[in-house]
Design a protein around this ligand. Structure first.
Ligand code: SAM
Length: 226
């Protein structure tokens, strides 16, 4: 599905952002054991990231760094969005769970690549704003709810892929349980700002999960979990 307002004046800014992502992927090494796929980069070259950032940040939206979205939260750096999305290896009919809707940008990228996206955000005004924007942009295959993502979304489980965009101290067990055999989860894990690792968790056909460290990262904490 494609958003309706893919305005051309910013197409060049998006192309430059894609070049920066490619450069950074080369500099930082081949963490994903392959280059970031052209399918992911093509989607990022057309989703209007500037619509997901505060007014007045239109051009900054396409720089390769995170930005504040209010409520002490951030929209992730484009390179990290690309890497995490690529690690999920989404198929067009996949059902995906996102924990940490934030601005809704990552959800839009997922919606372009997969069949159905369920996204949970703990800060109600962020969830409401993201849901409204995603609707306005025509993403009919995304559902956003306010809640604590520690519990996952059992009504729609199991998921082909799960992406968590805030860092817990440990991987929530409910999320592992809601991953399909053969499924993939990408999640930053670790206590504190300086000790987080982006992890890829895969579940094999026997239901056994395997963890792989991808790279050190800095995400806001996954709150809640009481
Ligand atoms: N994916 C977002 C985007 O594209 O803008 C970026 C997310 S931001 C780095 C992390 C988000 O996770 C914040 O909006 C935060 O409120 C949310 N969050 C933190 N703890 C959460 C929890 N337990 N359940 C759901 N969302 C949570």
């Amino acid at each position: 599905m494609r958003p309706q307002d893919n305005d051309d004046p910013l197409a060049d800014a998006r192309r430059l952002m894609i070049e920066e992502i490619r450069d950074m992927a080369e500099e930082t090494g081949d963490y994903a054991a392959r280059p970031i796929s052209e399918r992911v980069l093509a989607v990022m070259a057309r989703v209007p990231r500037h619509r997901f950032v505060p007014e007045g940040e239109t051009w900054s939206a396409y720089y390769n760094h995170p930005l504040s979205i209010g409520y002490g939260q951030t929209i992730s750096q484009p390179y990290i969005v690309a890497l995490m999305t690529d690690l999920l290896r989404l198929g067009e009919n996949d059902t995906v769970l996102e924990v940490g809707t934030g601005s809704g940008y990552q959800a839009a990228i997922l919606a372009e690549l997969a069949g159905r996206v369920y996204s949970i955000e703990i800060v109600a005004p962020l969830a409401e704003r993201a849901a409204k924007l995603l609707r306005e942009l025509g993403y009919a295959n995304v559902e956003v709810k306010t809640g604590d993502g520690h519990a996952g979304w059992p009504e729609h489980a199991p998921f082909d892929a799960i992406i968590v965009t805030a860092a817990p101290d440990e991987v929530p067990q409910a999320l592992i349980a809601q991953l399909k055999p053969g499924g993939r989860m990408v999640i930053p894990v670790g206590e504190g700002w300086f000790a987080q690792e982006l992890m890829l968790i895969t579940k094999d056909s026997d239901g056994v999960s395997h963890r792989k460290d991808i790279l050190p990262v800095r995400f806001v904490p996954l709150t809640g979990g009481q």
